[in-house]
Design a protein around this ligand. Structure first.
Ligand code: ASP
Ligand code: MG
Length: 406
């Protein structure tokens, strides 16, 4: 017997027929003799609709009332699933966040879970009852409903699984797992059987949008085993696990990319102490997130060019901020370019192997692709290139690291 938390996303509970299909998936686990708790999202599109209603009331709103409105989508799906389960003869009841309760802090609209009281759920699961729990919500110290930020029901599920001591948290979604690269571009991409938390974090923050980043961080912290799988097919997905569980570590597990990048170059910045602080201080005050940074060699020791990347949404704000502070910083020209893409190779295997970066550079060189910026971390090498070469670079790298499906 195992204890499992099953989480179903918006498309999986998108209409009544799909909710009935979810009930069958839950029953199948119960029939295998397992204890099951379910966490649900709202029907797909519903939370957007609710946010839209709030916005129609004006742009300056009370976040506590925003939470009260946007948390309602999940109330509908949990009630409907409990009914569908009862219809199949499975004992089930719905639970709102405050009923469990999921205690959170008071940062409305992006609250963090602090503690979940699972005693009652635990007791009922042992009798075969299935708790059907609303994701995305909790109750704050002010005794009011909170929500966890968009996509937060993944985090609800992982937190509940950890609190219940579940053997596995299955995240059912509309893709069947985590791939070595984006299968829409790299047709030879393979589904990974297993991936480590750390790799998943890199892949998730790089745009492989299968899991909310916070949910992966929480799973890593608690050592909670996760599985990402499709609710529309009947086959295993990808397990997200601790590094020790993976015996055959691949050098590189995946190639990720992000088109949401923009490059800024400051030409002939004076090369003296305090210049980097004069540039990045105002940017940080303006809430601009800077990612990759390179500074080239000084020209005769007096000036230097500095290039860095920001997200496309921040580009305009970054440029305006730098122009405003141009006197303090002292640069000759500012160039910006939004036609860039960041490509990253990710893998825990590179901790213990040399030559991973070199293979990336050689592969891109062979294709005549120019590298504009490079950055590395312990398990990742990223390069910035012209957006035009995204597909070519992804496919070439996928082949070069031996990831292509047979
Ligand atoms: N329904 C919420 C949203 O759309 C939470 C979730 O689906 O994870 O953001
Ligand atoms: Mg989601």
């Amino acid at each position: 017997m195992a204890r499992i938390v099953q989480k179903f996303g918006g498309t999986s509970v998108g209409d009544v027929e799909r909710i009935k299909n979810v009930a069958l998936k839950v029953k199948a686990e119960i029939d295998r003799g397992n204890e099951v708790a379910v966490v649900l999202s709202a029907m797909s599109g519903e939370t957007n609709r609710l946010v839209g209603l709030v916005n129609q009331m004006g742009s300056l709103y009370d976040a506590r009332e925003y939470d009260s409105v946007v948390a309602t989508g999940e109330q509908i799906t949990i009630g409907l699933l409990a009914l569908a389960l009862q219809d199949l003869g499975v004992s089930a009841r719905s639970w709102l966040g405050w009923q469990v309760p999921f205690h959170t802090d008071d940062v409305h609209a992006k609250a963090r879970i602090q503690k979940i009281d699972v005693d009652e759920l635990d007791k009922r699961m042992k009798t075969g009852e299935v708790p059907v729990v609303a994701g995305f919500q909790g109750i704050g110290p002010d005794n009011r409903i909170t929500t966890l930020g968009r996509g937060g029901s993944d985090t609800s599920a992982v937190a509940l699984a950890a609190a219940l001591g579940a053997d596995r948290c299955d995240i059912y979604t509309d893709v069947d797992g985590v791939y070595t690269s984006d299968p829409r571009i790299v047709t030879k991409a393979r589904k990974l059987e297993k991936i480590t938390y750390e790799e998943m974090l890199e892949m998730a923050s790089l745009g492989a949008k299968v899991l909310q980043t916070r949910a992966v961080e929480m799973a890593m912290k608690h050592g909670q085993r996760l599985q990402v799988l499709s609710s529309f097919e009947d086959k295993p997905g990808t397990l997200v696990v601790d590094e020790e569980e993976i015996v055959e570590k691949e050098l590189v597990s995946g190639i990720a990319y992000s088109r949401d990048e923009a490059k800024i170059t400051l030409v002939r910045v004076s090369d003296k102490p305090g210049v980097a602080a004069a540039i990045f201080g105002p940017l940080s005050d303006a809430s601009v997130n800077v990612d990759m940074i390179v500074q080239n060699e000084s020209v005769a020791g007096k000036a230097t060019d500095l290039t860095f990347t920001v997200t496309q949404a921040d580009l305009e704000r970054a440029v305006k901020t730098l122009e405003k502070h141009s006197d303090d910083i002292g640069y000759e020209k500012l160039h910006s370019d939004a036609n860039v893409v960041k490509i990253s190779v990710v893998g825990v295997g590179m901790r213990s192997h040399a030559g991973v970066a070199q293979r990336m550079f050689a592969t891109l060189a062979e294709k005549g692709i120019n590298i504009q910026v490079i950055s590395t971390s312990e398990i990742k090498v990223s390069v910035l290139i012209d957006e035009e070469y995204t597909e070519l670079a992804l496919r070439a790298l996928h082949t070069a690291y031996g990831l292509d499906a047979a």
